[in-house]
Design a protein around this ligand. Structure first.
Ligand code: ADP
Ligand code: MG
Length: 257
């Protein structure tokens, strides 16, 4: 059975075909990158996968199940996590609290109730202890110890991006969608991120689909790459095949990359 596949996917906004007859598949354990100029339809693809947008046609299958028609929380519950191009964090909560919120689908107690109880120092339930243990693993993995009790609003941009990655991991996804994880990071932070992403795949066994503009990063960590423009696939293959492809170069030249 195929792990993840998209077939003949279409999504229109008025007269604009943001996704046009798009098809590809991703194997379990792969790091699969999606590249393409601004406006190519990359984020729209993620929004279709995670149920934020309802595609007009086609199919999106994960471990044999059709995802189209499911709500975002239903897609998440099936093991698909994501980060956003524009961060989606609770700024007035701490790193730890944001990660705990990432686990809400695993929580028996209501997520707000649980966070507030923790703030008041109430005795933790067995469920809560289990959830905190899972979050601790992620704090260790991404080395977030020094910012665990800081409010997200006080963190620099690079740290916020890591917290968002941690929040997505806290849900224990099998497939992780990363929308421009390196955007806005310093060179050092980009190098670090390359390690984290490798660790996430190698140590946690999570399959990754990554939208990324930074070609060095794409080249360093991708198993396969797909280039799209105007919602259509230009080419798919190994990094070198894709980045040296004439149509891909042309699409990027239009952007001055
Ligand atoms: P990318 O992530 O590749 O830069 P997007 O997927 O964000 O591109 O956008 C693809 C196209 O779809 C763009 O022309 C964008 O303006 C349009 N688009 C995306 N989301 C919406 C929306 N909610 N309403 C209308 N148009 C949209
Ligand atoms: Mg985008």
């Amino acid at each position: 059975m195929e792990f993840f596949s998209v077939d003949n996917l279409g999504k229109r906004f008025g007269g604009l075909k943001a996704i046009d007859s798009l098809g590809f598949s991703v194997n379990k354990g792969e790091i699969f990158s999606v590249i393409g100029p601004n406006g190519a339809g990359k984020s729209t693809l993620f929004n279709c996968i995670n149920g934020l947008y309802r595609p007009d046609e086609g199919s999106i299958r994960f471990k044999g199940e059709e995802l189209i028609g499911l709500k975002t929380h239903e897609v998440a519950a099936r093991g698909i996590g994501r980060t956003f191009q524009n961060l989606e964090l609770f700024e007035n909560m701490t790193t730890m609290e944001n990660l705990m919120l990432g686990r809400h689908m695993h929580m028996k107690t209501g997520l707000m109730a649980s966070t507030l109880m923790f703030r008041r120092g109430a005795k933790a339930s067995q469920d809560e202890i289990q959830n905190r243990a899972e979050v601790e693993k992620i704090i260790d993995l991404l080395e977030l110890q020094s910012i665990r009790n800081k409010f997200v609003s006080q963190l620099p941009y690079g740290a916020k991006k890591l917290v968002e990655l941690g929040r997505a991991l806290a849900a224990e996804p099998e497939l992780l969608l990363l929308d421009e994880p390196a955007a806005g990071l310093t060179n050092d932070e980009k190098e670090e991120l390359i390690f984290w992403i490798r660790d996430i795949r190698d140590e946690l066994g999570i399959t990754i689909i990554m939208i990324e503009h930074n070609m060095q990063m794409v080249a360093e960590i991708s198993d396969r790459v797909m280039a799209i423009n105007f919602g259509k696939k230009l080419v798919e293959g190994l990094v070198d095949e894709v980045t040296s492809h004439e149509e891909v170069i042309k699409a990027y030249l239009g952007e001055g990359v």
